[in-house]
Every structure is written in C-alpha cells, then in structure tokens.
Design a protein around this ligand. Sequence first.
Ligand code: FCB
Length: 455
Amino acid sequence: MTFAMPEPTHSTLRAEGFPAGFVLGAATSAAQIEGAAHEDGRGPSIWDRFCAEPGRIIDASNVDVACDHYHRYPEDVALMKWLGLKAYRFSLAWPRVQPLGRGAWNDKGFGFYDRLVDSLLEAGIQPHATLYHWDLPAALQDEMLGWQSRQIVPLFADYAAEVARRLGDRLGSIATLNEPWCVATLGHETAQFAPGITSRKAAAQVSHHLLLAHGVAVDAMRSVTKTPLGIVLNHTPSFPASPTEADRRAARLDDGLNVRWYMDPIFMGAYPADVLAHLGADAPRIEDGDLARIGRPLDFLGVNFYTRSLISAHPPAPRAPGLQGFTDMGWEVVPEVLTGHLLRLAREYAPPPMVITENGMANADRVVDGEIDDAPRTDYLRKHLLAVQRAMALGADVRGYFYWSLLDNFEWNSGYAKRFGLVHVDYASQQRRPKASAYWYRDFIAQHAKAHVGG
Ligand code: FCB
C-alpha cells in the first residue's frame, strides 16, 4: 500500500504554524552538565569510571565539573527564562539520589532536583524529567554487571517510583529511558560508551532488560503519579547506500536493529522476527509475560533525531552526499528525513502523541569579540522546526520540540570538543554566552507566544 503524500500546506517556517499548546524547549542531561560528581553524597557512576580509563574520551576529560550546573542552576534557569523556553528537559542522576542504586535515598541529592524543579516552575518553565540518561550507579555494575542482569529491573522501578512520588506532581512528564539503543549497542557491543563492553550477546540482553525495566517502571509510577509517562528513543533512519537489493536488505536490517527492535515490543507486542533471526544464538533470553510488561500504554513517545545512516551490504558505505552540509560531528544534515520518519511512525505504529525530545547540531563555534555567530545552527534549527511543521500538516501528532542542547556540555566520548549548545560555555571560567542561535530561538518562541495570546 502506498501512503498518499499531499503537498505541504506551507513551505516556509512560521512560528504561528505551531498550535497554541505546542511546547518549545531545550534539553540537557545530568552527567553532561551537573559536575559536583563527588559532592553531597553522590555515588560514583559508570561514566566516572569510564572517563578514568585511558583512551576512552577523546580529550581525556571527565564529568567532575562539566558545566558546574549543580551550583550554577539559578543562572541557568535565568538563561532559560531569558530564552522564553516553555519547557526544559533534564535528567536525574540515579547515583545522586540513590548512591548505590539500591537501598538508602540521598536527601541532599533529591534536594538539588527539588530546588531545580521549583525554580523552573517559578520561572514559568515546565520541567520534563528523564530517569536514565546513562549514568548508572557504578555499584550496580560491580554487583550485577548492571543492565546485563535481570535483577536490575525491580531496582530501576523502585527508583522510578521514588522520583515520581517526590517530584511527579510538579513535572510536565517523566521519561523512563533515554536512547536505550545507545546504552545497549554503544555501551555493550562497540564499547564507545560506558561501561565499555564488546559483546553482541550482552548488548542484546541489555536491550531486553532496559525495555522490561521501562515497562515495569511505568507501572510502578502509574500508582503514584498522574504525570504523563513515556520513553525517549533515538531514531537514525537507515537508507540503502545504493538501490541494489543487497543494500536495501542491509538497510532494512539496520532499521530493525535501531528502530523496530525498540518500537515493535513497546507498540506491537513483539520483537521483529528478522532481527531475532539475525541475532541467532545472541538473541536475548525472554521470559513469559515480558512482552506484556514492556508494552504498557504510554502518554507520549519521545523521538531524538539528528541525522540518517547510509547502509551498504559491503561496508563501509560511501560518504553521504551532504547536500545540506554536515555538522561538526560529521553528521549529515537531512531535515526532510525527519518529516518522512515522523509520518512513518504515525502510519506504522499509531503511537501516542510524539515529542521531539532532542534535535540539534554540533558546530565549531568561536567567540569573536564576545559574540558567537553560529549561523549553521540557526539554519539547522529552522529547517528542523519546519520539518516538524510539515509532518504535523501531513497528520503526525507532534506536541513539542526540545533543542539539544541548552548549553555546550560533555559530549560523551567526544569530551568537551563538540559544542551543541544554544549557549556557549567557557569551561575555564564557566562563563555562559548566548550564541546567535539563542537570540533567533528566543524571537521564534516569542512570536509563537504572541500569535497565540489569549488562545
Ligand atoms: C544523544 C544523547 C545526548 C547528546 C546528543 C548529541 O544521543 O541523548 O546526550 O549527546 O546525542
């Protein structure tokens, strides 16, 4: 069956093209900005450990200080208010609120998130929390190999319920996991991310435990909060590098590994058969009832979108054409892929309302006379906002957009070398400077608000 693609109703971006309640925000995560890694009882995380291993992080940096947001959050909330953000997506560091990942809660750690959430609310900004953005308590890695063990599932659900109990009513939403594909594959198969393991079998088992923990946590949170609940998935649509049958098949499998492996169990109640067959003996152990637990109804689906991948049956795939350029990560800029992908998700999965929980670019920004002219970022932002409007005009139910990221920050194994922020951070002085893109986004948000005054 083909899917009719009517002409987009508009071809230029207009702030009023987003409906009144559409949420325009920005996102960060705990490990990437907080710092204060050894303060107020925070336990060590697997990223603290990973950074300490030689050769793991390009610039040999770590997350000890990062953007020092733990101490500077009042200034950062003031920046968000200046930007006019309607919403802010952040994550809680599990080891900050429960240092060992089980047992005692750390009230000082929760105190920080209490203060952060209250200051956001006071500034008129909706707080959206993510429970797991990769910084697992190191104790759980030591004790049970972290996500490789099924024992982690009830522990994650306890943590989720405690956060929901303490903060739930003040939050705009809670997402269980950020990008489980990255945790499983980059953390356990390619070793680019913590905990740095190289086993496809381990990665597959981890992905199943992540999904199970997600579903069980959703149930645990439903009993204590009415806050909308969801999950955040990273989608990098796979395209065949050439129109050959072999490349098409390879792209379909890649889509299975990245997109369908997570979407199908959550929204269709089964793992994709082609990927199970591909994994063979490395496929995860799945117990009776697991799929029903994974597929709990959700209030939203968070989609993180940056680029696409070109897939060849005989890697490496040729370099992408990059007709609209590449980011400083080397990622091809392809906003139209976002439109197509949102429509595909709507068509194939009938998901709950979708939110773009991350989208943004790294740019080689330079401060010149105190200013940062990041024109490529503004261009990226405009094009992707337009791509979302087009998808919405064609029927995709998208309720919000969060730019990644509010601040330049610790970009995982790339260290501090890659800058994604709307706001520049001078790591030596911790000075924040809004880039030209921040001024542009601020005007756009203001225009959107103005267009819907009273409505
Ligand atoms: C995503 C991560 C986020 C950030 C961006 C660039 O995969 O969720 O933390 O690193 O990529």
